[in-house]
Structure formats: C-alpha cells, structure tokens
Write a protein that binds this ligand. Structure first.
Ligand code: ATP
Length: 195
C-alpha cells in the first residue's frame, strides 16, 4: 500500500486538507500529535528521555514536563538533535506499524510539519505539499493560537522555505483562501488511486 506524506509550513493548512482526505476514507497519521502521545506512553521512549535529560523531564505521575524540556533544548542545537534522535525513530516505528494495519485503504497519509527537515520523506512514496503565502499563514496562526506575528515568524524561521518544499513535492495544494481545496484534493486522490 502506498505511503503518502503531507507537509507544509506552519499555518499552511495541512490539518485542514487532511480532514478532507479523511472524508474520502483515507486514514491519516498525525505524526506530530502522535509524537507527543508517544513521549508519555511508549515505555522505551520514556526511559530513553529520562536517561538522557534527567528525571526532571517527567512529573512523579509520569506527565511530560514540556516546559523543562523546551528550556533544555531551546537554543542548544546538540540537545535538540539528541531529543529528535530519540523521538523520530519511535514515531517512525509506530507510524510503520500503523500503516501496515490500514489494510482496507488504497493509500495512507502521514501528516507532519517537518517531513522534509527530519529526512522522514525518504521512506515515503509520494509527497504532497500544502502551501500558502506567508502573510496569510501568519494571520491564520495568530488567530488560531492567539499568538503574536513575531512568535509565528520565529517558528517559520526554523522550517525550510516553502519553495524548497514545493520543489521536492509530487503534488502541491495551494491554500491561499481563493483556490478551492476540495477540487485540488479530489484531483490528487484520483491520481493516487490510479497509480
Ligand atoms: P500547523 O503547522 O500549525 O499544525 P497547519 O498547516 O496544520 O498548521 P491548519 O491548522 O490546518 O494548518 O490551519 C491553520 C488555521 O487556518 C486553522 O485555524 C484553520 O482553520 C485555518 N484555515 C486553514 N485553511 C483555511 C482556508 N482555506 N480558509 C480559511 N481558514 C483556513
């Protein structure tokens, strides 16, 4: 079964587009959400994070101390790389098992903000990139998360530029608020099921 990845910069509309694919019966693995879940529910990953970042990474009740971890990795590229080196393989394993269990679908979708940046796209058959002009993305995220434009920009700067992602895409969805999403999704769906 085909593995399809869907990515795009913050606020581009990845999740919104995935909801449309879901209405077509396509199973979606939300890798970023699942990563957060695994960081408290995958015993091997929990142990590795505790061993690497100390007991303070979890509360006595087993809750992940996100504020502590964010402080430790903020501005420390080596520590961030260490954390990613623990989380990414765990999500990869979990995602592969999930993919194999989706036997009734023509293909599955894996949604993540950093599919290119993390190198995960190499294990994916086809890539969809959702794109939108930066001013629109900033405005959407400011409204959705009640944050400042500077806070959104700081996150944009940590991601690859949109044009780099578009260059590597098999399919591009333009979500600028003018082009309709449903026809774009249907066209890609038709193409994927005919492969
Ligand atoms: P993130 O990278 O932060 O997870 P995302 O790429 O998944 O973001 P969404 O959460 O799908 O983006 O969209 C960001 C916000 O913009 C949401 O509040 C969503 O409802 C809104 N939005 C997305 N697409 C459109 C659109 N075409 N018209 C109006 N609002 C939109």
């Amino acid at each position: 079964m085909l593995k399809v990845g869907i990515t795009g910069g913050i606020g581009s509309g990845k999740t919104t587009v995935c909801k449309i694919f879901e209405t077509l019966g396509i199973p979606v693995y939300y890798a970023d959400d699942r990563a957060k879940w695994l960081m408290t529910h995958d015993p091997e990953l929990v142990e590795a994070i505790s061993n690497t970042f100390g007991q303070a990474a979890y509360s006595p009740e087993g809750q992940l101390n996100r504020a502590y971890l964010a402080k430790v990795v903020f501005g420390d590229a080596e520590k961030l790389a260490q954390l990613n080196a623990l989380v990414h393989p765990a999500v990869f394993r979990d995602g592969s098992q999930w993919h194999q269990s989706q036997t009734g679908a023509p293909y599955t979708l894996r949604e993540a903000a950093l599919l290119f940046e993390s190198g995960s796209y190499r294990a994916i058959d086809k890539m969809i990139v959702v794109t939108a002009p930066q001013e629109i993305r900033i405005k959407r995220v400011m409204e959705r998360d009640q944050v400042t434009a500077d806070a959104v920009l700081a996150r944009i700067e940590k991601q690859w530029p949109e044009e780099e992602k578009v260059k590597r895409a098999d399919y591009v969805i333009l979500n600028d608020g003018e082009r309709l999403l449903v026809p774009q999704v249907l066209e890609i769906h038709r193409s994927l099921i005919s492969l």
